[in-house]
Design a protein around this ligand. Structure first.
Ligand SMILES: [Zn+2]
Length: 261
C-alpha cells in the first residue's frame, strides 16, 4: 500500500531551495507527499509562495506576516494581504502568531499584527495558521478575544503549527476549534511532543515539515524538505499505535477539510 501525505507547512520560497526546488518537489511526490502548503512570512514571501502555487499543481499557499516580521510591516499590509488572498490557490492566512523566544519584533507589534490578521481571516472566511513560541498564554488570550468577537463559524478556525506546548494547552486550542500540527521535532530523542499527540483526537492532527527548518532526527543537521514529513508521520503513527497508512490517510483528510483543498 502506498501512502499519501500532505505537508501542511513548508517554506519553499526560501533561498535554501533556490538551487534545486524542482528536485525537492519531485522527491516529495516520490515519497508520497501529494500536496504541500507553502507559507508566506511577509508580503514579499507571500507573493513568492503564490508564484510557486501557480507553477506547481500540488502546491497551495498561505499569505501572512510572521511574528518575527511584525515590527516592520507597512501601513498598507492588510489591504495587500487581502488582495493576495483573492488568488484561488491561497488557502489560509498565515503564518502569524507570537514569538517571545526570539523576540525579533516588539511584543505590541506582534499583538497588533496577529489581531489584524485574525480579523482578516474572519472577513475572508479563511483558516488561520498560528505560530506560537514561549507565548502560549498570550496566544490563548488573543485568540479567545477573537472568538468572542466571532462566535459562529461554519468550520474549523485554523491550525496551531509546529505544536510544542503541553497537553492542557493543546486541549484549549482544540476547544477553540483549532487543529494541531506536528513537525520533525517529534522525532528528537528528548522530545515529549509525541506523548502530547496521543491526547489529540486523530481527526484534529496534521503533519508538516516547516522546512527548511526542523529536520527530523535521521537527517538532523541537513536542510529539511517536504519528503521528510514521512518520518514525522512514522513517529506519530508509532506513538499512536496505528498503521502508517491509516495515520497518513486520516491526517491528509484533516488537511483537506481544514484548507478546503
Ligand atoms: Zn513556518
Amino acid at each position: 500500500m502506498t501512502i499519501s501525505l500532505i505537508d501542511t507547512h513548508a517554506h519553499l520560497d526560501m533561498k535554501e531551495f533556490d538551487n534545486d526546488r524542482d528536485e525537492v518537489i519531485a522527491r516529495a511526490l516520490a515519497a508520497g507527499v501529494t500536496k504541500i502548503i507553502t507559507v508566506g512570512t511577509d508580503i514579499s514571501s507571500s507573493r513568492k509562495v503564490i508564484q510557486l502555487a501557480e507553477k506547481y499543481p500540488q502546491i497551495y499557499a498561505g499569505v501572512g506576516i510572521h511574528p518575527h516580521d511584525a515590527g516592520r510591516v507597512a501601513q498598507s499590509y492588510i489591504p495587500q494581504l487581502k488582495e493576495l488572498a483573492k488568488h484561488p490557490k491561497v488557502v489560509a492566512i498565515g503564518e502569524t502568531g507570537l514569538d517571545f523566544y526570539r523576540n525579533y519584533s516588539p511584543k505590541e507589534a506582534q499583538f497588533a499584527v496577529l489581531r489584524e490578521q485574525l480579523e482578516l481571516a474572519s472577513e475572508l472566511n479563511l483558516p488561520i495558521i498560528i505560530h506560537t513560541r514561549r507565548a502560549a498564554h498570550e496566544t490563548i488570550e488573543i485568540i479567545g478575544e477573537w472568538i468572542k468577537r466571532h462566535p459562529i463559524v461554519a468550520g474549523p478556525r485554523g491550525v496551531i503549527h509546529c505544536f510544542s506546548e503541553d497537553a492542557p494547552t493543546a486541549k484549549i486550542f482544540l476547544e477553540f476549534g483549532f487543529y494541531i500540527s506536528f513537525t520533525g521535532a517529534v522525532t528528537y530523542p528528548q522530545s515529549k511532543v509525541a506523548i502530547v499527540a496521543k491526547t489529540v483526537p486523530i481527526d484534529k492532527i496534521m503533519v508538516e515539515t516547516d522546512c527548511p527548518f526542523l529536520t527530523p532526527q535521521k537527517y538532523r543537521g541537513k536542510r529539511n524538505e517536504p519528503s521528510n514529513v514521512v518520518l514525522t508521520a512514522e513517529r506519530l503513527a508509532d506513538a499512536l499505535g496505528i498503521p502508517l497508512e491509516k495515520f497518513a490517510a486520516q491526517t491528509s483528510e484533516n488537511a483537506l477539510r481544514l484548507f478546503k483543498l
